[in-house]
Design a protein around this ligand. Structure first.
Ligand code: ARG
Length: 465
């Protein structure tokens, strides 16, 4: 097959090397973006007086036909056509349909900027889907928080019991991280909101293209600052991969929490049967496979980020073929993130909180800080209170008892400041109710945080939620 650039060469290229360099296998995902960019380019050429009105309309009609065909018949775009990339595919199909006018489309433009514009257009339409998937997971957490109601559980530091919290507070912690993930996508969207067209292969274009009008037509907020920079700029791919990596890190931490909390040792939540798998050997097993897979897949997305940064770092200014490596990393990160979000959402939606188990785990020695606060309220400096309670805890550990099993005389052996009211002051519920700050686990604060999260869900402008 003749290539777009065959004129320069006397001999045929090596078929294996052409196959090695071809990206159509994966960049066919940019099909509709490529057509969108080309239609806008043809219109811009026509406005600049470079294309006749007839040629421009023939090109537009041809491109629309190709788009329709691709939409109606997936095999049209997925067939092994031997095209080098999606840009070559579309142009060849166009020329096959409309002849000479099609051969004028590439005037003043290069594939270097075409791929840069296509990838941006692609992400502009795909990132909202990811935001929607993040919002769906937040909604599943909010729903679980509703079902958990006033249930209490221990919070952990160093994976050791720390202080009682509302189960809803713990769930909202994950929502807070997910909301940052959505915000990070907005930042990426701002970064990609830049039109590369008008840059030519590297030096700009010799035709008087109104790039501002073209940017507007394609929905870009601004025009690239520098033709050399933009032809080799894939920073936005790195930014997306970073957003995806951090998003996957959050999903992995969520997965880890629920792998632990649904295990027999914790039993805080019950996995729904639909989200678990059994063992081929051990009949009792109820394994959290989807969560484990998400945790595993986070490594793969982080790998794409690290790999892509490594691919970029040695490149001289301008376009280099190395940049073609951006797409497989980006597409796989996107697919993996989207699939992982869906998987975690369905696991979370099926969880059943075990309020009795979490309440039992929220009592006992993790009320030590509340005992110290009790003494502080009676006037003891906190450092002294810490020491008194530390000694008390040491004793209780040795005796295998907890605070609620102490008689008043026993309390008083440790400090004369203890009174009858210590019994009501030192419970998991009293502990959470004593918290005062808006970000705390105080029931009022958690109710407000839940309402705030619902409001966030209401305002987030994404498809599918
Ligand atoms: N398939 C190429 C890529 O993905 C498109 C740009 C090709 N440009 C070139 N000069 N070979 O980067």
């Amino acid at each position: 097959m003749a290539h777009m650039w065959s004129g320069r060469f006397a001999g045929d290229p090596d078929a294996d090397l052409i196959a090695f360099g071809s990206s159509f296998r994966f960049d066919r995902r940019l099909f509709e973006d490529d057509i969108r960019g080309s239609r806008a380019w043809a219109a811009a050429l026509s406005r600049a007086g470079v294309l006749s009105a007839e040629d421009a309309s023939a090109i537009d009609r041809g491109l629309r036909e190709i788009l329709e065909k691709g939409k109606a018949d997936a095999s049209f775009v997925t067939a092994e056509t031997g095209d080098e990339d999606v840009h070559a595919f579309v142009e060849r199909e166009l020329v096959a349909r409309i002849g000479e006018a099609g051969r004028r489309l590439h005037t003043g433009r290069s594939r270097n900027e075409q791929v840069a514009v296509d990838l941006r257009l692609y992400l502009k339409r795909r990132l909202p889907l990811l935001k929607g998937a993040i919002a769906a997971l937040v909604a599943a957490f909010v729903d679980l928080a509703d079902r958990a109601g006033p249930a209490l559980m221990p919070s952990y530091t160093h994976l050791r019991r720390a202080q009682p919290v509302l189960v809803a507070h713990f769930l909202l912690a994950h929502c807070a991280a997910l909301r940052r993930d959505a915000a990070r996508l907005d930042v990426v969207l701002r970064e990609i909101d830049e039109l590369p067209l008008g840059s030519g292969a590297i030096a700009g274009t010799a035709y008087a293209i109104d790039v501002n009008a073209l940017a507007k037509e394609l929905g870009f907020g601004r025009v690239a600052l520098n033709s050399i920079d933009v032809s080799g700029d894939r920073d936005f791919v790195a930014s997306f991969l970073h957003a995806a990596s951090l998003g996957m890190v959050h999903l992995s931490r969520i997965a880890e929490d629920f792998i632990l909390f649904t295990a027999e040792e914790f039993g805080f939540f019950e996995l729904s049967d639909s989200a678990a798998t059994g063992s081929s050997l051990m009949p009792q097993k109820k394994n959290p496979d989807p969560l484990e897979l998400v945790r595993g897949k986070s490594g793969r997305v982080i790998g794409h980020l690290a790999g892509w940064l490594a691919s970029m770092k040695g490149l001289p200014a301008g376009y280099n073929k190395d940049l073609q490596e951006d797409k497989e990393a980006l597409f796989d990160a996107e697919d993996t993130w989207l699939a992982s979000l869906a998987a975690v959402t369905s696991v979370i939606a099926g969880l059943q909180p075990n309020a009795g188990v979490t309440l039992r785990a929220a009592g006992g020695l993790l009320l030590a800080t509340d005992v110290a606060d009790y003494l502080v309220a009676k006037g003891l400096p906190f450092r002294d209170a810490h020491e008194v309670v530390g000694a008390l805890v040491r004793r209780l550990v040795a005796e295998g008892r907890t605070f609620d099993q102490l008689s008043l005389p026993e309390w008083r052996e440790h400090s004369p400041l203890f009174d009858e009211d210590v019994r009501t002051a030192v419970t998991p519920l009293a502990s959470v109710e004593k918290k005062r700050t808006p970000q705390s686990t105080a029931p009022d604060a958690v109710a407000a945080a839940l309402a705030g999260t619902r409001e966030w869900l209401r305002l987030i402008d994404v498809p599918g939620i």
